[in-house]
Design a protein around this ligand. Sequence first.
Ligand SMILES: Nc1nc2c(ncn2[C@@H]2O[C@H](COP(=O)(O)OP(=O)(O)OP(=O)(O)O)[C@@H](O)[C@H]2O)c(=O)[nH]1
Ligand SMILES: [Mg+2]
Length: 345
Amino acid sequence: MNPFTKLKYIQSSKELLDVAFARASKLTLPKSKKPAHVRARDKEIAKLKKVNDVLAFRLEDIVSRFPNFDEIHPFYRNLADTVVTIDEIRQALASVSSATRIIRGIIQDNIRKLRKAESPSAARKLRSAAYGRISSVIKRIKPRLAVIRQAALEYRRFPSINLELPVIVVAGYPNVGKSSLVALLSSATPEIAEYPFTTKKISVGHIPLDSEEGQILDIPGLLDRPMAKRNPIEQRAIAAIQYLADTIIFLIDPTLNCGYELSSQIALLAEITSTFPNFDIFPILNKGDIASKTEIMTARDSIDRHDLLVISTLTKEGVKQAFQKVVNQSEKVQEKLRLLQSRSL
Ligand SMILES: Nc1nc2c(ncn2[C@@H]2O[C@H](COP(=O)(O)OP(=O)(O)OP(=O)(O)O)[C@@H](O)[C@H]2O)c(=O)[nH]1
Ligand SMILES: [Mg+2]
């Protein structure tokens, strides 16, 4: 499950300061017969305490809602790293923590001085000097907060994947029909379009599997290139394969309709197979409605698999049967299903 669901909307540095100062300025103290300068001191001290309560609480809350990156599932750690690198987010969170401590120090320092203020104007001046210093501390962490805000926004939207249920990942070159297949088989509603790299994020669809439940993952398209050259979007696809897949449907478009050569798609298949040698990988030919016999034959010959199934997500032909075959033949999927069934007995 997504370890980032506790993250909330994070305020900008300006919003934080505005709220803290506004709360402080609304404070009213009970009437007292103390001398004017003592009343002024009390009031300015109360304001500073309020600013401290609001800022320290909110800043600590931001930091505490992030999980420990060392303890989360490696899939989510890798996924997070593709948005904002974990080093960067850690440094940003550390800056926020140290800003909280600095603000506390400023406030304590000024409260001490305020206790000795001898006139209302001296008290006001001290309080306003503290506001100035606090503002500059918060402004200094503005870029760090911006990084944290962006991360929180995206991390929260990560798919929630239940690793106790079987996971079937649909991989392949861009534009071969991965999202179309996932949409056809499951509850997911991924975007489908005639251009490559439509899918930029992983989405999960739920699907009934032999009276249990399975998950089918739509992932971004991959190009045939070395791992080090892969962009963050492709890295998400790799993370899903590496850490989540019980089995992989490798979709191939033998028609060139996707805009990529068959040979490149096959090279990618070979690369995925050699990178993940213990994985079940099922190549399937899509776009059977427009593929010629020669194209299908050439694809089967090139992979040296003459039983390679042909489907069409457009006409739905062969889709259900191919999927069932994958489920039946995948050892890891069957293992998880057996475990689920034995538990529900
Ligand atoms: N003729 C035909 N077109 C298909 C079939 N499956 C998908 N398409 C079309 O191929 C294009 C790409 O489909 P998507 O499902 O978005 O492909 P994708 O692999 O998810 O693409 P990316 O997310 O960009 O990697 C769309 O225009 C689909 O309508 C099929 O079986 N037959
Ligand atoms: Mg897609």
